[in-house]
Write a protein of this length. Sequence first.
Length: 308
Amino acid sequence: MPGSVRVRAPGKINLFLEVGDVQPDGYHDVASVYQAVSLVEQVTATPADAFSVRVVDESGAAVPGVPTDDRNLALRAARLVAREVGYLGGVHLDIRKAVPVAGGMGGGSADAAAALVACDALWGAGLTSPALHELAARLGADVPFSLLGGSAVGTGRGDRLSPALARARFDWVIVTDGGGLSTPAVYAELDRLRGGGRPDIEPAPRPPAVDPVILQALRSGSPDVLAGALRNDLQDAACALRPDLADLLDQGAAAGAVAGLVSGSGPTVAFLAAGDESARRLQQTLSAAGRRARHVYGPVTGAKVVTR
């Protein structure tokens, strides 16, 4: 058994998100196009007698708001692998976070995906990709995509994936803040808005589906074409809970973004740029205005071992 295994897994942006009506179990079916971006989580798994986790940010400081008990998704992933393969020992997980907490970019899901891959490698379990995907789907709708990476279509709860071809790199500037948004709260606000007579955001009278236009836009490699196809049904709900997000979207457009949208359930906002240099200028402009802006790009690969 190696002394430790280090795995990196990417955060994601939802380029397209159509949300269906609420189901009897309280959940919503969705159709989404994900893109994995270069903001990555790093998880190091080390043999231990018990299961434990430590979470720090890129500077090594503790990260508030992330549980370190069995509510932690990465720790649950490690226990899931142990049960699956009959491993009787434990593991210590060191998580170095770059993806914003509760920011709509799937940071917790990336941690879980990284933990699945790290524990499989650490314990020499030899789980197949389909087996890891099945375990990932048990943990949450975004975890399978964190394993896959790239660009992909997700349907059902978002965990039924098929790769989407993206011919070019797309540059983004993401803007974060210190306050997260609860995903269940954003979905509940969407249901409230729909119940209040908002025909513009009513669910379609069919299962959610990805518009072929966005897949064509990804294949084109053109930021201008992609800009016209971006969609997030949760954006109005996120902006209703956080009206400042609408101001931020306007600010990014004025600063030269090709397009902007709330990422997933927010509150992170992703601005599409015309290219690398445009993204750098946009980041500088937003940073000078007091925003926490970061230049990233996609698509990138999913969870992978970087050291053993």
